[in-house]
Ligand binder design. Structure first.
Ligand code: C2E
Ligand code: CA
Ligand code: CA
Ligand code: CA
Length: 277
């Protein structure tokens, strides 16, 4: 009846309001968090599977919230993207990662390149190129020490724009990794058209590579393809010795995962991996 539908409408509406109120609260909270310096970058090593040496570090953002404790990026990155706050947050991430990397290089540490995650919205913002170029020139950091990880969804909406941006940055010596490889629907065409250097095999595939499984064949195929395309290949989310051994057999170049280290603060990276060469 009329009453019921009217009721429903009101319910639906108040639910919607609740949701958008919550979003506004979180949005303001992120803004406050940036001002109050509550964000921090953690770093997770990328390990050479042959000699177990460190090949690079992925920067992963953490929010040390005064009331909520440590908040997962899966909770606030999507909201930052929706509200446009990803631009200022992303700027902070770029600055911080480049600053940290410059510091490490000046201190004589050899941790390899720093990989910075660029989310789709961030990548599509036309200011991103200027931002990156400005930071590079200010820091005098060699571009080979920087890599960007982007997911396929970042490239999806405008492949032409993505190609232009990637080509220009690649010519400067910046490297690109395709993140979460295999989870999107057009990964393969990106390998043909876009200048990626590295394939990151998504954790969901690594979770399923026990001996004799179908999963192992898929991963084998991805690694073979990366090798014949002369691309680097890294497995993410490696948690067990068994997974590591299988990946070594399959001749995967690099691994990343809790088996070696979770993401950790910069000073811990220095303590564990900081033998100066
Ligand atoms: P991602 O880029 O795919 O990052 C990998 C995630 O897997 C990270 O979660 C990492 O901590 C986690 N991980 C690494 N090794 C293992 C493992 O062995 N087992 C398990 N279970 N997990 C592992 P995290 O740090 O919570 O980040 C989640 C996502 O949030 C990232 O996925 C990325 O999409 C986004 N994100 C994180 N930091 C940033 C950032 O600085 N900028 C942007 N744009 N996005 C970020
Ligand atoms: Ca990543
Ligand atoms: Ca990933
Ligand atoms: Ca992911």
């Amino acid at each position: 009846s009329k009453d019921i539908s009217g009721n429903k409408y009101t319910l639906y509406n108040s639910k919607m309001n609740e949701l958008s109120n919550e979003k506004i609260i979180i949005e303001n909270d992120i803004r406050r968090g940036i001002e109050e310096r509550e964000f921090e970058l953690y770093y997770q090593p990328k390990i050479n599977i042959k000699n177990e040496g460190i090949m690079g570090l992925e920067a992963l953002i953490r929010w040390n919230h005064p009331l909520r404790g440590s908040v997962s990026p899966d909770e606030f990155i999507p909201i930052a993207e929706e509200t446009g706050l990803i631009d200022s947050l992303g700027k902070w991430i770029l600055n911080e990662a480049i600053y940290q990397q410059e510091k490490w290089i000046n201190m004589g540490y050899k941790f390899g390149a720093i990989s910075i995650n660029l989310s789709p919205k961030q990548f599509k913002n036309k200011d991103i190129k200027t931002e990156i170029l400005l930071l590079l020139s200010k820091s005098k950091l060699e571009s080979k020490y920087i890599e960007f990880e982007i997911t396929e969804t970042a490239a999806i909406e405008s492949e032409e724009y993505t190609l232009d941006l990637m080509t220009e940055l690649t010519e400067l010596g910046i490297k690109f990794a395709i993140d979460d490889f295999g989870t999107g629907y057009s990964s393969l065409s990106y390998l043909i058209n876009l200048p990626f250097d590295t394939i990151k095999i998504d954790k969901s595939f690594i979770d399923n590579i026990s001996k004799g499984s179908r999963g192992i064949e898929i991963v084998k195929g991805i690694i073979a393809m990366a090798n014949s395309l002369k691309m680097n290949v890294i497995a993410e989310g490696v948690e067990t010795k068994e997974q590591l051994d299988i990946l070594r057999e399959l001749e995967c170049d690099m691994v990343q995962g809790y088996y070696y280290n979770p993401p950790i603060p910069a000073d811990k990276i220095e303590k564990i991996y900081g033998i100066k060469k």
